[in-house]
Design a protein around this ligand. Sequence first.
Ligand code: HEC
Ligand code: CU
Length: 362
Amino acid sequence: MLDALIPAFLRPESASVQAAKVDAIFIGLLLISSAIVLLVVGLVVTFAIRFRRGSSAKRGEMPSLVSREFEIGWTAATLFIFLFIFWWAASIEIGAFSAPKDAIEIHVVGKQWMWKTQGPSGTREINELHVPVGAPVRLLLTSQDVIHSFYVPAFRLKRDALPYQQTETWFQATKTGTYHLLCTEYCGTDHSRMLGRVIVMEPQDYAQWLTKQPERDGLAELGERLFSERGCSGCHNAGSKVHAPSLAGIWGQSVPLEGGRTATVDEAYIRDSILQPQRDVVAGYEPIMPSYEGKLSDGEIQALTAYIRHGTDRFDLIGSLNLAPAQNICAPGETTQESAPNQSLRSPAMVPGAPASGDTPP
Ligand code: HEC
Ligand SMILES: [Cu+2]
């Protein structure tokens, strides 16, 4: 509504819920500043004319009302305006950190000089990101080398992608279309060519696009492979002789730690468990897990995290869009006719440490 005050050719494209809020702040600040400029310039001009040399305007002491009550009044008003602006901008900035629970999760890895993205159903893209309109999308960012920054001007979205760390942000697109994706942190020779596109689609088109993706082997499946290749399964699987906790279903749970503390299992906790296992030791276990610092890339840690979180999340995406169930969303080599209705929701074999129940003969 406020943005109607700015002529269309001066208005940058705005295509997300966040963009509308950021624009409102911008226009609000513009209005407040304009009002103050008008007031100050107006007074300067008025007084310059009224008290010009030779005019008969009254000069001398100011009335005490002006020098005291007015002074307090405008100091307080300015303070309130500043506090209000701070609250307004800060609340929107803080909101940019916490995505709604049902958001679609997309992993983004910055790399000299490209953006690699991976959606929850294992769709991989380079310098492109397809998302549905009207659905919240949570981005989990990291970098493979130097600091990059993920920037989509039309969404007023900007968040750094840092090596050895995961940052996050979220957006909700409000208009279909193709939008610029830029890196906005100078990251080397080809920084200026680290460009991409965000393609916002109607939910039906998006669902269709998803099913057309050739590669259905997802992050979680890669994680599953790493889990055995890197020896995690040797300790963590059910049949192991080593006394290590089962990782099945731990996502989102709270875990008792040595020393009486507890921790909630999320990305950061799993990352720390893998890289600094001595830091938070699970109560009742010996700190025998080796650190994988330097042995696993960020991408591999994301894959392992996705696997621990259980691979079936990959197929919840369509459900979260509130679409009619699409027939062709199922694991490779599986048809919906054959599988029991609840089987596509949770496949036990995808949970770390769980026996592969599908293989056991009746
Ligand atoms: C030598 C055996 C061993 C290996 C190999 C091992 N772990 Fe562990 N892991 C443990 C033990 C023991 C604990 C519990 C004590 C602790 O927290 O350090 C543990 C704890 C964890 C936790 C926290 C579990 C919880 O319930 O909160 C996670 C997550 C984890 N490991 C993931 C992995 C991953 C991923 C790998 C492979 C990259 C791996 N582990 C390899 C023995 C192992
Ligand atoms: Cu960059």
